[in-house]
Write a protein that binds this ligand. Structure first.
Ligand SMILES: Cc1cc2nc3c(=O)[nH]c(=O)nc-3n(C[C@H](O)[C@H](O)[C@H](O)COP(=O)(O)OP(=O)(O)OC[C@H]3O[C@@H](n4cnc5c(N)ncnc54)[C@H](O)[C@@H]3O)c2cc1C
Length: 313
């Protein structure tokens, strides 16, 4: 039986998290089919996709979760897959949530491994617990936890492409994206940045982020923050890293004035290296950090910035 995977893309280039979802979906066995909405995605054969189904309709030019779920549902009817998989992105979770509701199927999010008999391993409680579960359903519906599965390639031939026009009702299009607003931190995306400079309560104020912005600019980094910061209104929620924010996996995560609560670490533990800058030598973040500078961030960050400028002069 086939496995059906929703592949998100940007102008036909597959999203990295969708490639990770394909790697996990391969472990379910069976020929792999993928759905892309709007445009064909290139290069999926190397990730094991045999057939790519491209849903085409002018009304799908903007993201509409129920409409995407309708496309998936029509493929479920046609292909009778053994499972439906997507990346654990906001969209992946939303669309598969809709699909589960439409088909009365259970939905398991944050999966990092699959076994026989519908068993799955899931990340729970912000990453502090691994759950072994069994999905009792003819068609398990699941999303893959970001940055927990490597997007490995095969020597597969290019996927065959099947273009189809889904049947969409007006109700499927009630919720849809009507506008994209630029955020002040637009530039390097937080989820994909190789370096993240992140600030917590210790930064002290919205203006205090100026020195973090300056350092981030030199490192081509994105600026992130803790929930205390977004709750105080110093930064927008889109900058929040953590269990209820964005999960990041940069090469370097610089945590400035962040204590290291489990809910924050859940969002940055995918980083290859963590540098903590904190005035408290006992701060919990030090247990997760590879490097630490103990001291006042208002002195340390400008000192790093100055050294970087000198090194590049
Ligand atoms: C359901 C739930 C979900 C949550 N989700 C998230 C989430 O997604 N992301 C998240 O971040 N939190 C989340 N939280 C909140 C989390 O529990 C913590 O409250 C929060 O992460 C703490 O933020 P902080 O580290 O900025 O602040 P604090 O814990 O107050 O730490 C401030 C740190 O700054 C240091 N400091 C102070 N002044 C300086 C200075 N001048 N120089 C250097 N260091 C200094 C201090 O020593 C301290 O370690 C969640 C909580 C709940 C209950």
């Amino acid at each position: 039986m086939t496995v059906l995977v929703l592949v998100e893309h940007d102008g036909g280039s597959p999203d990295e998290l969708s490639l990770q979802a394909l790697a996990l979906a391969r472990d379910l066995g069976g020929p792999m089919h993928a759905l892309s909405v709007g445009e064909a995605v290139t290069g999926l054969g190397a990730y094991g996709v045999e057939t790519l189904h491209v849903a085409e309709d002018d009304r799908l030019s903007a993201y509409a979760p129920a409409a995407w779920a309708a496309c998936l549902e029509q493929l479920v009817d046609r292909l009778q897959p053994s499972a439906v998989v997507a990346a654990g992105t906001n969209r992946g979770n939303e669309v598969l949530g809709h699909l589960g509701a439409r088909r009365d199927l259970p939905f398991a999010a944050n999966v990092i491994g699959v076994g026989g008999d519908g068993s799955v391993t899931r990340v729970r409680w912000g990453g502090s617990l691994l759950e072994e579960a069994r999905i009792n359903a003819d068609v398990p519906v699941l999303t893959v936890a970001p940055h927990m599965v490597e997007a490995t390639t095969l020597n597969g031939a290019e996927a065959a492409v099947d273009r189809f026009e889904p049947e969409l009702s007006d109700a499927d299009l009630v919720v849809r994206v009507v506008e994209h607003a630029e955020t002040p931190s637009a530039g390097v995306s937080l989820a994909e940045a190789k370096v993240v400079v992140s600030g917590g309560r210790g930064v002290g104020s919205a203006d205090g982020f100026g020195i973090l912005e300056e350092l981030a600019g030199l490192l081509n980094a994105a600026v992130g923050c803790s929930r205390v910061v977004t709750m105080a209104g110093w930064r927008p929620h889109t900058d929040q890293v953590g269990q209820t924010g964005t999960k990041v996996a940069p090469d370097l995560y610089i945590a400035c004035g962040i204590s290291g609560a489990t809910q924050h670490i859940a969002g940055c533990k995918g980083a290859k290296k963590i540098l903590a800058i904190n005035s408290d030598a006992e701060a919990p973040i030090l247990a997760s950090a590879d490097y630490a500078v103990i001291g006042d961030l208002t002195e340390i960050i400008p000192a790093i910035t100055e050294e970087l400028r000198k090194a590049r002069a």
